[in-house]
Design a protein around this ligand. Sequence first.
Ligand SMILES: CC(C)(COP(=O)(O)OP(=O)(O)OC[C@H]1O[C@@H](n2cnc3c(N)ncnc32)[C@H](O)[C@@H]1OP(=O)(O)O)[C@@H](O)C(=O)NCCC(=O)NCCS
Length: 164
Amino acid sequence: MFQLHPEKQDDWWEVEALYDLCFAPGRTALSSYRLRDGVDPITDLSLVARDGDGILAGAIRVWPVMVAGQLALLTGPIAVHPTRQGEGLGGLLIRETIDRARRTGWHRMLLVGDHPYYGRFGFTKLHDVVMPAPTNPDRVLGLDLIKNAWVGIAGPVEKAGGNL
Ligand SMILES: CC(C)(COP(=O)(O)OP(=O)(O)OC[C@H]1O[C@@H](n2cnc3c(N)ncnc32)[C@H](O)[C@@H]1OP(=O)(O)O)[C@@H](O)C(=O)NCCC(=O)NCCS
């Protein structure tokens, strides 16, 4: 069984190593990372999952961003160690992050990812929200944490100023 905890400062490099293992080389060159530069992830919503021996099995980080003057949660990266994939841990991390975001009063989430996977958590394509180029627009997905949270919100995703 896995224990989920908010990521602490001491977890940072271990989580980075997990992301390096799970993503293609050069992941930090992706344009979505420019929205994260110099902005702290949201500590209550960025989670690590450890097994009974304390070994890191998965992690998710969440950043604040702005869209059309409104705050949103840029969700990810999320990764599960290759030896732990397919056991439901990715789903557990995403659902726990969504629950915590709702409980702490956030209104909307977005991410860049595969709809066949994220659709099961309620994410749908955001037709009017634009991630920095060269992001594939079909992979820009959003989730309402309150009713109609994405209605009428259109425009580029921008970096949030300061730390929240
Ligand atoms: C994506 C990831 C986090 C999922 O974690 P996980 O613990 O394996 O996921 P779960 O066990 O909750 O779900 C597994 C299911 O999701 C499906 N799935 C995983 N990635 C998928 C994808 N990109 N598209 C469609 N389905 C996907 C699996 O086929 C499996 O399907 P099943 O339930 O029908 O058997 C993990 O595969 C991972 O770390 N991948 C590498 C990093 C990555 O791509 N991160 C996402 C960036 S958008």
